[in-house]
Design a protein around this ligand. Sequence first.
Ligand code: JHZ
Ligand code: SAH
Ligand code: ZN
Length: 405
Amino acid sequence: MLRCRVCGGAVRECLDFGRQPVSSAFVDPAHTGAELFFRLAVGFCTSCTMVQQLEEVPRDEMFRFDYPYRSSGSTVMRKHFQQTARQLLDTELTGPDPFAVEIGSNDGILLQDIAEAGVRHLGVDPSGEAAEVARAKGIRVRVEFFEESTARAIRAEHGPADVIFSANTISHIAYIDSIFRGVDALLAPNGVFVFEDRYLGDIIEHTYFDQIYDEHFYLFSIHSVQAMAAQFGFALVGAERLPVHGGAVRYTVARAGARRPAPEVAELLARERELGLGLPETYERFAANIRRTREDLLALLRRLRAEGHRIVGYGATQKSATVANYCGIGPDLVSAVYDSTREKQGRLTPGVHIPVLPPEEFGAPYPAYALLFAWNHAEEIMAKERQFRESGGRWILYVPDVHIV
Ligand code: JHZ
Ligand code: SAH
Ligand code: ZN
């Protein structure tokens, strides 16, 4: 029997996407043939309800020195983190010499504003090339995986942290016990551990099945995060719904007894209970919706290709690794994918090997259809690529179901 990585309870398998590549491993066309695959399967804990993957991909295979994702590629996300930094500065970093630590600081999208405010800070991220971008903005970064030993070393060198922040990273870390022991070692007595991650409720409700890929080891809910915090001697004292990445929640965790939980926690928990996130039938319904999306998407792409239309992809997202590999969408259906990340251009997408090209080539000439893999940035991208639509092109979306706009 599989054991829960958080509480040790029994895990029940509920979804299987089969063989999948490492979602960030864009392939150099000169060096194909050596890709790592794993079985992407998901289960939920029958004790604490935590949704988790059944096979762990080694962290060094996912978060390499040349990890290609750059958070600052989206102006909407930049604004989101600017506001987040402002909020932390105004509410938590108000003491005489406050100290903020970020786990997974990437290119410094959040710490930028904390550094500019003159506040003591430290980013921790193993992705060295992304960290170089942050350093160029005047941000301090330790190129390392955050875990218990890192936290102890930071504490010894800099003293306690008033805030430990993390976005789209805590759910990526299977060895969660080491993270919480690290937070325990580093956090000031009345400090807060604030993290935001994709919300399981939204993923199931809108069939965002592409939010499931190697890095998203856990799919958090308010209930499962509350149980996880308690397991390690902490308490969930705040929860806030966020619109980013299709729906996320920002969790505020403090030492048990240190702070009174905000009323929103109980309110959101009550609403969450109606979603049935601990029930097997919820996942059976989710699995059926996923299968339908796969059938509908393949049928549409094949029909359009049979009619002689050219289809491309937009946004070489890591989410799209699951869509393309699970549905079997290769260059025969989607001839290229356009993406603004320099580190991905000229490479092939993991597994199915669709060439990644710069957005400047999208309109030379425009295709008939563009499959929007970066659906979470739809507004930003559609505004930027207005001309595509004006010249008669159509966007294909596959969430919450397959449709053309
Ligand atoms: P985006 C990654 O997921 C991995 P991905 C990770 N697991 C995670 O949680 C999130 O990031 C935070 C491009 N783009 O944000 C840039 C344009 O070309 O959906 C990106 O490659 N033009 C850590 O990869 C991709 O789309 C644009 O105008 O699923 C978007 O990737 C914009 C806005 C983006 O994350
Ligand atoms: N916070 C940014 C970046 C998310 S990408 C945002 O929300 O856009 C996830 C980042 O977490 C990557 O840069 C990866 O290198 C980093 N990461 C993964 N495991 C980590 C760990 N144990 N400690 C610190 N960073 C980690
Ligand atoms: Zn559990």
